[in-house]
Design a protein around this ligand. Sequence first.
Ligand code: NAD
Length: 497
Amino acid sequence: MKTVNHWIGGKSVEGASGAFGQVTDPATGAVTTEVAFASAEEVDAAVAAAKAAFGTWGTSSLAARTAVLFRYRALLDAHRDELAELITAEHGKVHSDALGEVARGLEIVELACGITLQLKGELSTQVSGGVDVASIRQPLGVVAGITPFNFPAMVPMWMFPLAVACGNTFVLKPSEKDPSAALRLAELAAEAGLPDGVLNVVHGDKVAVDRLLEHPDVAAVSFVGSTPIARHIHGVATSHGKRVQALGGAKNHMLVLPDADLDAAADAAVSAAYGSAGERCMAISAVVAVGDTGDALVAKIRDRAEKIKIGPGDDPTSEMGPLITKAHRDKVASYVHGAAAQGAEVVLDGTGFTVEGYEDGHWIGLSLLDKVSTDADAYRDEIFGPVLCVLRAATYEEGIALINASPWGNGTAIFTRDGGAARRFQLEVQAGMVGVNVPIPVPVGYHSFGGWKDSIFGDHHIYGNDGVHFYTRGKVVTTRWPNPEDGGVDLGFPSHR
Ligand code: NAD
């Protein structure tokens, strides 16, 4: 049995609380790893290490910081496969998907390598006689990151590379379900020359998280996870005076207009709904078929979905892996079992599926539910599994009204050949990330990622310019170097002269 320790002050630290979590290989159902769960005192030790490191890292030169980040980028590039294997072993996603996750995380490291441009301040000269004004941005101090199971490498990389590039130090609390990738990211950062204490990893559950939320030396919290926990994180951390960005769950809609290329739309729907077994916050979980497209589209989706090969993530022929836990698999199955009673047509029922030789894995097949009502549980809840709901709308107006009535607003997509309709959709849809004939519009690193409504709490999206703003605070310096001959007291309010 492997043990995953904390990473504090630049070294591996064994858990002292006596509490451990179990990590399972989703393909076999076997417990492979024990992960230490931090007590409040162990969290305090990590925050203390980060605080001590901030003393020198926060004032280190941009050249010194970016030199580390460039080395880190090269190391991550060289360890892509190893990281992807760690992800597959604990998350279950197929190797190619895990590699994709590493690549998207690497994008943010590359963005952080260019932090010199992002942190360039602004200067206005001669705003009045002999007066200059400069705007600069400075780091916050110790920042905490709390991340979900579904992207065990990418989501931590959305946070700490940019945070440390801005001069902060970081305490990461990764998901306890698949903690090994985050630990490896920290080890590689140390190998790249990141000074001890700049990046710390504490594992654990609510005990560790709640201590981070209230710790007086934590200045800001980045969170990515489900909506109820995001709401909790935002409420508690802001009540302790912290800056918070808390990204929550999603129900992402794809609107298919009658003029769309239905083959392209069906390819996109299958890729976006069932990729990573639907365990993506940007997965398409609801297709809204407009006009008379529904029957043909459902038939095309079914034909494609039936051919998807499900199997262990380390088998190169597998296209979809298992779900993260047995409990989650059973919860996902319950939505499929309850769908018909709530009025849906069950076109594909993936429950009861298993893989020969891996009978204890957390398997479920692909499910497709048609004519789902907006009152049905399968539509109202975030299922986070390979279950695609198709809803019907008579018109574009009916379709967009349906999408905008959703409490979530993470990602969405329109499939059409009509530029005017696509433009209207971009402006009218209430979601943070919009795809036009792109089913999973995850922004590139230099644009920010984030949703609207119950998909986010806090007002900064993650990475890109918003990330830099979140991890720094502004300061404006007004300067005059007076001519000694121009002295004299003036009690008037400073104004432009
Ligand atoms: P989760 O909310 O259960 O857990 C996220 C993190 O919070 C984990 O580190 C976990 O240990 C911690 N946590 C869990 N319960 C807690 C509690 N009661 N108090 C304090 N901390 C707690 O999410 P998950 O199941 O790991 O991940 C899946 C969810 O994340 C989905 O809802 C998905 O949509 C969402 N997600 C959103 C985005 C996004 O960018 N909006 C990205 C990825 C995942």
